[in-house]
Every structure is written in structure tokens, then in C-alpha cells.
Design a protein around this ligand. Sequence first.
Ligand code: FES
Length: 137
Amino acid sequence: MACGMKSNENILEQALDLQKQHGWVTPEDVKEIAAAKGIPVSKAYETLSFYSMILLKKPADVRVEVCRGTSCYIAEGTDLLDELRRITGCNVGERSDDGKYQVEYCECLGRCDTAPNIVVNGKLHTAVTKESLSEIL
Ligand code: FES
């Protein structure tokens, strides 16, 4: 019997490699992964959708990840999220109508001492304030 966990690790590695190349995992990439693993495309989607770091949709121009770890959550307060919403037009979990902004939560970034922290297009920003947010974006 094949080990499901090992199989998922292989799928994840291949998906991350393809994501590095294309910026996201395209439908063609998913078909390639499914073919390589000998599984249905639907099963590949099901497996990949489990991992939050895998982007199965083309990311917006500006992808904002808001840390929802305890330290950042407490430090953020509602002002920062309100300002983020005002600038981007998005609540967390949404994408702006023009496709420019995408706002998501992420898990603890390991920099709790500088909370609140956000990541914009892969770059960490620490001790973010309502004022610095507009400069960052
Ligand atoms: S809680 Fe945000 S970096 Fe740890």
C-alpha cells in the first residue's frame, strides 16, 4: 500500500517548483502534476487546495497577507484592517474588482516581537501602522 503522506509531499514539491516558475499553479500545471502522479486532475486539485501556500488562482498585482497569529491579531486592532480595507477596497479573503489587490490572512510569521506584521508580494513588513500601511501599498 502506498503511503498517502509521502505521495502528498511529492505533489507539494512539484507544485511549489511550478509555482516558482509561473507565480502560481496554472490549470496546465495541475494537469502535468496529475499526469506525473498518475492520478485524476480532480484529485490533484483536491490535494493542492489543502495547502494554503499553493496558489491555484493567478495572484493579484499586490498580494497582502495579514498575520493572524495571536501577537499580530492583538496588535492590529480594527484600525489597521479598516485602513487596509479603505486602501484596497477588500476585506480579508477578497480580491479587488480591478484585480489589483488581494488580501488574505497568513499564519504566524515568526516575528511576533515586531507585531503587527504583514507580507506584501512576499516581502515582510514589520511593526505596521495605519500610517505606514499606505506607504507600503
Ligand atoms: S503572531 Fe504575527 S508574526 Fe507571530
